[in-house]
Write a new protein. Structure first.
Lengths: 140, 435
């Protein structure tokens, strides 16, 4: 149970993010969710979109360094403490979370995206706690 | 004020100097031809025998030595005597290929220290002075050279080495140091630290400084002189010939007197190798006239400068060289360390990066900065900042291991490093090092 995330290397310079997102738009890639991690020198743009394979190819053709990672999408309810509950389950299962960000789909509702060190262990732990995780096709 | 360590040499007539040089050269060429197979082969190849060298007028007949020869002959190929006669090595930083390891007999060490003693006396040093040596000690020639020179003059020597600036200033004040020896950028930094500590030049007893191992400008000289309340003097040297003290400034501060009784200078056209007349700008070449351990003949320094025999008000007759005005190769001097871009390239390739990189050297707060930008390859990309930061750090460490100086490493996107004619522009030196 995982979804495909595309990561793009972007230099931390004026206009670079605009340039990349414009490029993505020009190639008809519809961003469903994204997060940006940045350092002084560079940023990593992480994207969830409906056609990850096509998106990756388009980005690579444009000279962007990209990589596809399997990340976990866990359904989250619109109530206080729901994120804490998920993180507690993962922590108890000794799963290390690298980063997380939110995803909202008109079709499937709200999810949190998790980049973890062990997708299978994480999915199993969440299933055991009654927390739903999604596949790529569940989201679009 | 005219203080000479060896006036019979420093103020000898040009004829006397040439006579000494010729005698030493003839003997040195014979010795090298007998003892150094590497150079003998070069001479044989050129069809020159020791008998062809009768005076310094025949110097041009000898083959050149270059950094490449030092690499080929590393480590013992240019050794001029049995290893058992050697008592010391000094070395530059760098890889096997770029590292210079020079051997010294006791006589070589004494000669080197005498050269530095001439420099210490030329700035007014006597046995009543307290000389603070804040050059690095160890393999680097700066500390040991000036330390030895200071001893020979009889100064009370403070062997501080570089760094720990507040402690430097404390010793400087408590022990009333009068002469400071270090790199010019470190001198400027000490000046700033003094100010930051709420002190003025009146709070210290320094009167002179001997600064070298890296290029510096007249503007820097004025700043240092003002911030420390001293006269700042230049000193020049290279590990290949001995270390600092190959040439030194006197009170006139208009170029450096070459200790030409030991180091015979020439200026050549770096393209053709042709010897140029006095006063021409070209590449400086040195012949060690009496080194035993590492006797380099016609060694091409790659430093571009001008020689002048114009009469000097200090009374010394030793020929003067200008501050180096540049290099005829791509060597950079960063924080006193000789750096070749190819060294950084080697590290990048070893670490799996492309050869598309940019080296930027600048000077901030009187300290050289080294920034290395390198294009990331798709294989190296990761979606986590942790991984990429670790890559930057590990690359910085590898460069530090190679050069001995800490760079800032920047990973950049592919094809972002400017290319001219398809080749990446590799070095940008933003420092203003030459007037």
């Amino acid at each position: 149970m995982s979804v495909k995330q595309i990561s793009v290397f972007i230099e931390n310079k004026k206009g670079k993010l605009a340039e990349a997102t414009r490029y993505i738009a020009d190639h008809n890639i519809n961003l469903k969710a994204l997060s940006i991690a940045d350092t002084q020198d560079f940023g990593i743009l992480r994207i969830i979109c409906d056609e990850p394979a096509a998106a990756k190819e388009a980005l690579m053709n444009g000279g962007y360094i990209t990589t596809v990672t399997d990340v976990l999408a866990a359904a989250i309810s619109d109530t206080p403490g729901s994120l804490a509950s998920i993180l507690e389950v993962l922590s108890e299962a000794n799963v290390v979370v690298e980063y997380t960000y939110a995803f909202n789909s008109s079709k499937a509702g709200a999810y949190m995206i998790f980049r973890v060190d062990d997708n299978q262990a994480a999915a199993a732990a969440l299933a055991g706690a009654g927390i739903k995780t999604a596949n790529q096709e569940d989201l679009f | 004020m005219s203080n000479y360590y060896q006036p019979e040499i420093e103020c000898a007539s040009v004829e006397e100097l040439k006579k000494i040089q010729s005698e030493k050269l003839v003997a040195q060429v014979k010795r090298v031809y007998e003892n150094v197979k590497y150079y003998r082969d070069l001479m044989d190849e050129k069809g020159v025998t020791p008998d062809d060298i009768k005076s310094i007028d025949d110097l041009h007949k000898l083959p050149f030595l270059t950094k490449a020869d030092l690499r080929d002959a590393y480590p013992y190929g240019l050794l001029g005597t049995d290893l058992k006669n050697c008592v010391r090595i000094q070395s530059t930083s760098g890889t096997t290929g770029r590292r210079v390891v020079a051997f010294y007999t006791q006589k070589d060490v004494d000669m080197w220290e005498e050269c530095c003693a001439r420099a210490v006396m030329a700035v007014g040093g006597t046995n009543e002075d307290v000389c603070q040596v804040a050059y690095g000690y160890g393999l680097f020639t700066g500390g040991p050279g000036l330390n030895g020179g200071s001893h020979k003059v009889g100064c009370l020597t403070l062997p501080m080495s570089s760094g720990n600036t507040e402690r430097q200033i404390q010793f400087m004040r408590d022990l009333h140091a009068t002469i400071l020896c270090c790199t010019p950028s470190y001198a400027a930094y000490i000046g700033e630290t003094l100010k930051d500590m709420g002190l003025t030049p009146d709070d210290i007893d320094l009167k002179a400084g001997i600064f070298g191992a890296e290029p510096w400008t007249e503007a820097m000289r004025r700043d240092i002189e003002k911030s420390l309340g001293i006269k700042a003097y230049d000193i020049y040297g290279l590990t290949e010939t001995s270390g600092p003290g190959v040439s030194f400034e006197c009170e006139e501060q208009t170029g450096m007197h070459i200790n030409e009784d030991h180091f015979l200078p020439e200026i050549i056209d770096p393209e053709t190798g042709e010897v140029l007349p006095e006063g021409s700008k070209g590449e400086l070449v040195f012949t060690s006239l009496d080194k035993e351990g590492f006797p380099l003949l016609r060694y091409r320094t790659r430093d571009i400068c001008v020689l002048s025999r114009k009469k000097c008000s200090c009374g010394r007759t030793l020929i003067k060289m200008s501050k180096p005005m540049g290099r005829s190769d791509d060597m950079l001097i960063i924080r006193g360390v000789n750096v070749f871009p190819s060294q950084i390239e080697t590290v990048l390739l070893n670490e799996g990066y492309s050869a598309n990189y940019l080296i930027e050297v600048d000077r901030a707060n009187n300290t050289d900065t080294l920034d290395v930008s390198v294009e990331l390859t798709p294989e190296q990309f990761s979606d986590t900042v942790k991984d990429l930061s670790a890559k930057e750090k590990s690359l910085a460490n590898a460069i530090k291991t190679m050069l001995g100086i800490n760079p800032k490493v920047h990973l950049v996107a592919p094809k972002t490093i400017t290319r001219s004619e398809g080749k990446a522009v590799r070095v940008v030196d933003k420092r203003k090092l030459h007037d």
